[in-house]
Design a protein. Structure first.
Lengths: 387, 315
């Protein structure tokens, strides 16, 4: 149980800045996910927290204590590695027992043969055995205890690695892309299991992944990193609805958010492809980008739409459809979600209107920063007048 | 044209003929396999198994080099051998040599490999330096050692003299000479083992060391016990076998430096065999010594495959 606070952390290899002024507080018992594209520095940050690498400057506190000078083993953290890093010569049982043996035994208590003759050896072994058994039961790997890692499947190795991390009640778990070596189906399954494990244990988790779906489904909060910088730290809900940067909006969400180039007219209305939307923001900006998630737009008749385009492709997902609509002036087609009923009625090649929900439309300035925007009040009057 | 068309409907006779065809193909394949392995099998028979059988048969005769006839004398050669003081001395010396050179060169090789691997610079330099003795001809190197170890003007004793110590006559002291040869043997073998261990160390994934670090293995010894030593298992086994068989074959240094002396203090199996065969021309007697030698090599191979190999391969 611990709060982990990172203050003004920097890491550079020579000229290359890997981490740039990272400030992050992971609350006690929180499931925090560090997410970002590969090379963004998230794994380096995790390894610095673990103590496997040292920062160039900055500070890390665990439960209020600075740990910058402490070796990994004295930080009382557990880590699950992407490749699991199980000891190939030890059985599952011995693998899981290793952290306890290493930490609570003196060196002479670990000597082969001789150790068994020392006083208290039997009790010590029994203590370890019961802890290993408890962990194995929790992870449902009791039947594997006498096997070696080489005889296990990827998912089983994953559980053993989790067991080795869990066995000694660490202050926090660090997980470095633990699911990326599993096949897609198992990955989704283990996602749930790890999230449940977190609830059961109540320990702080720091989880590194490049998969936004993992981040969204498992975390209490997400820390999104890019190019060594922390762009946004927020709950999955918040980071999806209110991204502070266009890169965050692009990274989170599948299918990707639609980004439409636009401008703001003198009245403060956002204009896309020459058509004013029912969205207002600070006037006088050119070259803005308007972010619309596929579910925040609807396909409608041309005259009802804010903008119009040609339907070129319909992606049938079973429970919903995604309409790909090309708009004259845009290079990429816009994705709009439709329900099944509407999707079945749409005709490929037809010209359709797209109605954009103003409430969830995101506006980004030229630098990609989020700009405050709101639904145009006049439109409300207009709508209520016609109703 | 009225060509006989193949029967299209499946019927019993057709199935049996296909079965026969299949059996024929299988037989053909088996014959082809034997045929293809013939050159290798022939060479093996000619150069490995043939000579071994010849030596074994020879050891039951009284044949000597140049004689036109021989008689079967059963186990007489072996009886003489096991009653011969020189043979037992030679066997004992060989065992002592193996018992010192094998652990010595394996442990030194491993230690040096780990130091080089842990170092930041000059890895290839050190590797080359340690490997030099392996590349050099041992006969030539033995002559260099002879000069170094010379009691009066040898480099070693000159240095000792500077330090105020009177160095012994290294190669003529019966209590010392075998250990001097062991030293040279280790010097010669360490580089080879070191290079093998270095390549073994490079295959150990670094995340295992990180996992060990997280698990609390913070001292170098803990990391060695938990990761390095177990993961070097296959390499260590290979090194042990190679080093042991090389140590059993010690000959060059003895031939150049001591000729088994003084007073048979450095007599080793292969040297005894050599003198019996090519100085006294007692070919059949030398064959009996060779059989004893082969017995030890075979024993070593058996230990390797039966017991150790199972314990070092984990997957």
């Amino acid at each position: 149980m611990a709060e982990i606070a990172i203050r003004k952390l920097n890491k550079s290899f020579g000229e290359t800045q890997i981490l740039d002024q990272i400030d992050l507080t992971v609350r006690d018992g929180e499931f925090m996910t560090l997410v970002g594209p590969s090379g963004c520095g998230k794994s380096t940050l995790l390894r610095i927290i673990a103590g496997l690498e040292s920062q160039t400057n900055g500070q890390i506190n665990i439960s209020g204590q600075p740990v910058d000078q402490l070796r990994p083993k004295d930080r009382n953290l557990s880590m699950v590695f992407q490749s699991y890093a199980l000891y190939p010569h030890l059985t599952v049982k011995e693998n899981i027992a290793t952290p306890i043996r290493m930490r609570s035994y003196r060196w002479y208590q670990r000597l082969p043969l001789l150790a068994q003759l020392l006083p208290g050896a039997a009790e010590r072994q029994a203590g370890i055995d019961s802890k290993v058994a408890a962990v194995a039961e929790l992870l449902q790997i009791e039947h594997l205890l006498d096997r070696r890692p080489g005889e296990l499947s990827g998912g089983q190795r994953q559980r053993v690695a989790l067991g080795r991390a869990m066995v000694r009640d660490p202050a926090a778990f660090l997980m470095d892309e633990p699911l990326s070596n599993l096949d897609a189906k198992l990955r989704v399954h283990m996602r749930t299991e790890i999230a449940q494990l977190h609830k059961q244990l109540g320990t702080t988790f720091i989880y590194v992944t490049h998969d936004q779906a993992e981040a969204m489904t498992m975390s209490d909060r997400i820390a999104l990193m890019m190019d060594g910088k922390l762009l946004q730290v927020a709950t999955p809900e918040e980071i999806y609805r209110n991204p502070v940067d266009v890169r965050v909006a692009e990274f989170i969400g599948s299918p990707k958010i639609n980004l439409l180039p636009g401008e703001v007219n003198h009245a403060g209305r956002v204009v896309v492809c020459g058509c004013p939307l029912r969205v207002a923001t600070q006037p006088g900006q050119t070259h803005i980008r308007v972010g619309v998630r596929p579910e925040n737009a609807t396909v409608c008749r041309v005259e009802q739409g804010d903008i119009q385009g040609q339907l070129i492709y319909l992606e049938n997902m079973g429970a919903e459809f995604f309409a790909h609509i090309t708009i004259d002036t845009l290079a990429e087609p816009m994705l709009v979600r439709c329900d099944v009923e509407q999707g079945q009625q749409l005709v490929l090649g037809a010209t359709v209107g797209i109605r954009i929900k103003p409430k969830h439309t995101l506006v980004f300035d030229q630098q990609g920063r989020r700009v405050a925007s709101e639904k145009v009040a006049a439109e409300v009057h207009h709508e209520s007048a016609t109703a | 044209m009225n060509l006989p068309l193949p029967e299209t409907s499946p019927s019993l006779p057709r199935r049996t003929s296909r079965w026969r065809l299949y059996r024929g193909a299988e037989q053909y394949e088996r014959l082809l396999g034997w045929f293809l392995s013939l050159p290798a099998a022939g060479l093996m028979l000619l150069f490995l198994i043939g000579p071994i059988v010849a030596v074994l048969l020879l050891s039951f005769t009284d044949w000597q080099l140049g004689m036109s006839a021989f008689e079967w004398i059963g186990l007489d050669n072996y009886a003489e051998l096991f009653g011969d003081h020189t043979f037992w001395q030679s066997l004992k010396n060989t065992m002592i040599y193996v018992a010192i050179v094998v652990p010595g060169s394996v442990l030194l090789g491993l230690g040096a490999a780990m130091l080089i691997e842990a170092g930041k610079q000059g890895k290839s330099f050190y590797r080359a330096v340690y490997f030099l003795p392996v590349m050099a001809t041992l006969i030539a190197m033995s002559i260099v050692w002879q000069v170094i170890l010379h009691p009066d003007f040898g480099l070693l004793n000159l240095i000792l003299k500077e330090l105020g110590i009177t160095g012994p006559n290294w190669l003529q002291d019966g209590d010392l000479v075998l250990y001097v040869l062991c030293g040279i043997g280790i010097w010669q073998q360490v580089g080879f083992n070191l290079v093998l261990f270095l390549s073994g160390l490079m295959t150990i994934p670094s995340h295992l060391y990180e996992a060990a670090e997280m698990d609390g293995a913070s001292s170098a010894w803990d990391r060695f016990r938990l990761v390095t030593w177990p993961l070097l298992g296959p390499i260590t086994l290979f090194v042990l076998v190679i080093t042991s068989s090389k140590a059993f074959q010690v000959f060059d240094t003895v031939q150049v430096l001591t000729k088994g002396g003084p007073n048979k203090a450095s007599e080793v199996l292969l040297y005894t065999m050599y003198t019996e065969a090519f100085e006294y021309f007692r070919t059949s007697y030398a064959a009996a010594i060779t059989v004893v030698f082969l017995f030890f090599v075979l024993l070593l191979t058996l230990i390797k495959t039966r017991f150790v190999e199972r314990k070092v391969h984990y997957s």
